[in-house]
Write a protein that binds this ligand. Structure first.
Ligand SMILES: [Zn+2]
Ligand SMILES: [Zn+2]
Length: 247
């Protein structure tokens, strides 16, 4: 929901600690001067302004829930300034869901056609595989939350795994050798579509990642207090966090 949550007066929502203010999760990956945006949530515009994102070369979508795609329309400045449609990688199931949620983008009428963001869709047909984007080799893998398929992406020794609840055992083969893992953890209490903190920690430990960053965090989790309860190599991510990795 983003933190502070509208109308909430809990300790985290009222906290002075900037790391307790969280926009919806997403990630910008820079490789070989190419910028790949993972997801475009409701705060896409504020994120782009806050963190100086002035261009993107591709969009990778994890899944079609609104907290990951509500900012699609706010990508328009990138198209106006750019060179035609932006490549957009996503599962077929995600594509079909988005076509319903964003009918005006997918089937534009004459009056809005020139104003819309334009994508060249690259449908990922398998549950795991490789993407070659401009010579950059990326692995994708699929897991699920409450029956909805979700994609994770691996760039060299870094992996971005958000909105995970159920997964195939093959995910640990796909994540073997990852040094930096970004994985979602909603809160401590069990949730039908998200990892708890404990589930995320257990998952991270099974991957043997050197460092893990928890993301997609709800307002029940205070940044400093939760960090103090975590293993040394597992930390709470925060807005604006920058990480280095090796392809
Ligand atoms: Zn709150
Ligand atoms: Zn989500």
């Amino acid at each position: 929901m983003g933190i502070p949550v509208i109308g909430c007066s809990c300790d985290v929502c009222c906290s002075d600690n900037a790391r307790n203010q969280r926009m919806r999760s997403g990630c910008l990956v820079s490789v070989n001067s190419k910028k790949i945006l993972i997801d475009a949530g409701p705060e896409l515009r504020q994120q782009a302004l806050a963190f100086g994102i002035d261009s993107i070369d591709a969009l990778f979508i994890t899944h079609a829930h609104q907290d990951h795609v509500a900012g699609l329309d706010d990508l328009r400045p990138f198209f106006f300034r750019g060179r035609g449609p932006v490549p957009c990688y996503l599962l077929r199931e995600t594509y079909e869901d988005l076509a319903v949620r964003f009918g005006y983008i997918f089937k534009p009428g004459k009056e809005t056609g020139t104003l819309l963001p334009k994508f060249s869709f690259e449908i990922l047909e398998e549950d795991r595989g490789r993407i070659d984007f401009e010579g950059i080799k990326i692995k994708y893998l699929t897991f699920s939350q409450a029956g909805m398929k979700v994609n994770g992406y691996r760039f060299g020794d870094l992996a971005y795994i958000s909105d995970i609840k159920e997964y195939p055992d093959s995910i640990f083969d796909d994540l073997a050798g990852v040094k930096t893992l970004i994985v979602s953890a909603l809160r401590k209490e069990p949730n039908p579509i998200h990892f708890t903190v404990d589930e995320a920690v257990a998952f991270a430990e099974k991957t043997e990642a050197e460092k893990t960053w928890l993301t997609h965090i709800a307002h029940e989790l205070d940044h400093d207090k939760t960090n103090a309860s975590l293993p040394e190599n597992i930390r709470m991510a925060y807005d604006g966090l920058e990480l280095n990795f090796t392809m």
